[in-house]
Design a protein around this ligand. Structure first.
Ligand SMILES: Nc1ncnc2c1ncn2[C@@H]1O[C@H](COP(=O)(O)OP(=O)(O)OP(=O)(O)O)[C@@H](O)[C@H]1O
Length: 787
């Protein structure tokens, strides 16, 4: 194409952009008018709600009529409110489209047609003025899939009616900003390296961005997968796993919009910081966010406040600091308790409990056991042992409730109630009085009234006093699950099969029993305990959830995954993770969920291309990972990582400050100092806080802004920064396999710049990297200002 032709073509394209923008503007105006009307109508309905409802409660028929009338009016109101909400959302989407109505186009000629059709693809669909033709197709529409899946040439896509094949004659990408065509490129298979270069070259943001315009073919496989019940994605650091997961949520919400809502999708995320990091992606795509939580948050919510649950980060900190007399035992426990052998051990115990051994509590009221634990046990174990434990607990609960009811009947005459009546509020007396009057308006016998009144008052007090107890019974507090669980670890209690639990089991048992006695639940016990409890008192599985996403799935143990599957029995699952970023103690021993040997039937997708970091950073990080040769960098220039050996902590402080200043001057907005542990992060924070504006990130941190973050590596999971400084990459600090993964996780957070400081000899992992992949400096104390 000559330059003149190109200019002409660009002009034509701009004319089309203008036309589409004009139509979008017309639609926005039209909808805004409607929204205004709807808003007024909602306000009117609310104001006049009771005027338009016929209220008549005298006769039963009238009552029903009134009820129907209220219902009708309420439905009318909520229908209006819903329409108002939908219109507003559509206006928001159109406003986004007005700025950039589409990003891609394919000219597709169907096999039986003579002429090709240009298909323009954008964030959402836009019809022409007569609602006949698509001016823009939603990126999730079936026809749009070809844009991501095929280069120019033969192509096909699936529809409800079957597969449609034909030929793509042109594939084009656009950069449109503020309604102006800034650039366009005709592309082949991969979607615009030049566009991707531009996107990835930008500064990292504190919020993740959507990648619709540049989704790659292999990512599209994840996004549009509809067949598998279990989809497993092993993707190297920065390969777009999280991005693909979020686009997938948006895709599913579109594809199944009649039957699927965002509340029916759950994403388990690695840390609270990550929740806010990804929070804007779906709203940007015009969809609501799915439910999002960390697995720790989920487990913690299941436990009573009296139990102190260790977080995975606290466990990690304990593990990395490697101190304490029981360290070896706990380390072993972390690995054993992650296993399915441990689950089998618990299942076996649960079987035994079917015969005997559950520890019950007295049901106590005012210091007196009104149902004794021995009687509860007797009742429980008199029930048919073919019935599951939880069903028997349920039946026992009903029996206890009856017992309490008969106690209540007798107790109503107790002396203590008289004193309590004295303490009642005036409102309570009035209420009882009113009830008596309603019941017997013409009763003359005032003596009888008086005793009735006292009886009602007594009942009122008693009911109120018994309420907390009844709630506890409903929650099955009469089963002492913590003690029953603890019994499993107390040496004398049971003859147990301990195969598969290793030689250290006795020591592990003692340690576990001790911490349970103190009401401390370690992270390695958390899943097991909640699982045990649910098996015992009832597994309220969650059938409303249709899709579960687990990000950073390599960090979940087989036991945890088995538990999650049991919790969401009807959900489809998408597991995404990276074996190289497995940082929990258990993950090194146990079979990973991402392993090719995963027994479950599943479909597996591998992502090997890394988009986040520049090519020099990827070349550096891949060099010290086993199977690193499988990691492919995306070609994007940048400076070589810097490894700097220094002599002491003071120099770390000075150099960190120098680099921060340099990066800030270069315009980088998010800079992270990524330490190995929280202890190390705190130490650095204390050194730096008066000299630079920096924020210390802990497990409680929910958000991060632009600027300098000091953060332990395990909390930086899933997140990215323009520049990363590793303050102590010494051999002493990063040695074993787990530390290697932690080190890799830390380094791969960098988008543009990476520097590693080391007090003394750098980590052996760095020594594995060919020297051409980094710049190496040794700085001695006397030259401390040079680099
Ligand atoms: N197709 C794409 N187009 C544009 N940017 C992309 C694409 N795929 C990935 N990216 C960018 O690469 C970066 C890494 O993506 P993401 O965080 O989804 O990767 P990840 O595999 O979850 O990483 P990690 O496991 O290291 O946390 C993000 O900035 C994301 O926007």
């Amino acid at each position: 194409m000559t330059n003149g032709q190109q200019d002409n073509e660009k002009k034509q394209e701009q004319i089309r952009v203008d036309h589409v923008v004009k139509e979008i503007t017309r639609k926005i105006n039209y909808l805004s008018e409607n929204v205004k009307d709807l808003k007024e109508s909602v306000i009117d309905i609310r104001r006049e709600f009771w005027e338009d409802v016929t209220v008549n409660l005298e006769e039963l028929d009238d009552f029903y009529e009134t009820e129907a009338s209220i219902k009708q009016q309420a439905e009318f109101l909520s229908e209006r409110e819903r329409s108002h909400g939908q219109f507003s959302e559509r206006i928001d989407t159109l406003k986004r489209l007005k700025d950039s109505p589409y990003f891609g186009r394919i000219d597709f000629k169907e096999d039986d047609e003579k002429e090709e059709m240009p298909i323009y693809i954008g964030l959402a669909s836009v019809m022409d003025e007569n609602d006949e033709e698509f001016l823009v197709y939603d990126w999730r529409a079936p026809i749009s899939s070809m844009y991501y899946d095929f280069p120019p040439g033969p192509a096909n896509y699936d529809t409800m009616e079957g597969n449609i094949s034909g030929e793509i004659l042109l594939k084009r990408q656009y950069m449109i900003r503020n309604g102006e065509l800034k650039g366009m490129f005709d592309t082949g298979l991969t979607i615009g390296d030049s566009l991707l270069q531009a996107v990835l070259g930008n500064q990292a943001s504190t919020k993740m961005k959507s990648i619709v315009a540049t989704i790659q073919r292999e990512q599209n496989q994840i996004i549009r997968n509809e067949k598998s019940k279990l989809l497993v994605v092993q993707g190297v650091a920065g390969s777009g796993k999280t991005s693909a997961a979020l686009q997938r949520v948006a895709y599913l919400l579109y594809r199944y919009r009649e039957t699927l809502t965002s509340e029916q999708i759950v994403l388990f995320s690695p840390n609270p910081l990550f929740n806010s990091y990804v929070a804007t992606v779906l709203p940007e795509l015009g969809e609501d966010n799915m439910q999002q939580m960390t697995f720790y948050q989920y487990l913690n919510r299941q436990l009573p406040k009296s139990i102190a649950l260790e977080s995975p980060f606290e466990q990690m900190e304990y593990y990395l600091n490697g101190e304490g007399e029981n360290f070896k035992t706990r380390k072993e426990a972390m690995h054993i308790k992650a296993s399915l052998a441990f689950k089998a051990f618990i299942d076996d115990y649960l079987d035994q409990l079917g015969e005997a051994g559950i520890i019950f509590r007295n049901v106590t009221f005012r210091g007196k056991a009104i149902v004794k634990k021995e009687d509860i046990a007797k009742y429980f174990y008199s029930l048919d042992d073919h019935i599951s434990l939880s069903d028997r607990v349920e039946e026992t609960m009903e029996w206890i409730t009856k017992e309490v009811r008969s106690f209540e009947k007798k107790e109503v005459g107790a002396d203590w109630l008289r004193d309590e009546i004295e303490l009642l509020d005036k409102e309570d007396f009035l209420d009882v009085h009113q009830r008596l009057e309603d019941r017997q308006p013409f009763e003359e016998d005032s003596f009888n009234d008086y005793t009735k009144e006292e009886e009602l008052l007594r009942k009122k007090v008693l009911t109120r006093k018994l309420r907390p107890l009844k709630t506890k019974i409903k929650r099955k507090a009469f089963v002492d699950r913590l003690k029953t669980y603890r019994q499993l670890f107390e040496q004398t209690a049971y003859q147990r099969k301990t195969e598969g639990l290793g030689n250290a089991w006795e020591a592990i048992s003692d340690l576990t029993a001790q911490s349970l006695k103190d009401k401390q639940l370690t992270w390695e016990d958390a899943t097991a305990y909640v699982y045990f409890e649910k098996e015992l008192i009832g597994f309220n599985d969650v059938r409303t959830i249709k899709h579960v996403f687990i990000d950073e799935a390599q960090d979940y143990s087989p036991f945890q995954f088995a538990f999650i599957k049991k919790l969401f029995p009807v959900s489809r699952m998408t597991l995404l993770g990276d074996i190289n970023q497995a940082i929990y103690a258990h993950a090194l021993h146990e079979e990973s969920l991402l392993s090719e040997k995963l027994e479950e039937k599943h479909e597996r997708v591998e992502l090997t291309r890394s988009y986040r970091s520049t090519e020099p950073i990827v070349s550096f990080t891949k060099s010290f990972m086993p199977n690193g040769h499988l990691i492919e960098p995306f070609e994007r220039d940048g400076s070589l990582p810097v490894v700097m050996e220094v002599e002491n902590l003071k120099m770390v402080e000075e150099k960190t400050l120098d680099f921060i200043e340099m990066y800030q001057e270069a315009g980088h907005q998010t800079i992270a100092v990524i330490a190995k542990t929280l202890a190390e992060s705190k130490e650095l924070y204390e050194l730096l806080k008066d000299r630079v504006d920096a924020e210390l990130m802990t497990q409680e941190t929910q958000n991060f802004g632009k600027g300098v973050a000091i953060i332990p590596a395990y909390l930086a999971k899933g997140i990215e920064f323009d520049a990363v400084i590793i303050p102590n990459a010494s051999n002493e600090n990063y040695q074993n396999a787990l530390e290697r993964n932690l080190f890799y996780t830390a380094c791969t957070r960098a988008q543009h710049e990476l520097v590693l400081l080391s007090i003394g000899e750098p980590s052996a992992f760095i020594q594995d990297v060919p020297t051409k992949h980094y710049k190496h400096y040794k700085v001695h104390a006397i030259f401390k200002n040079s680099r």
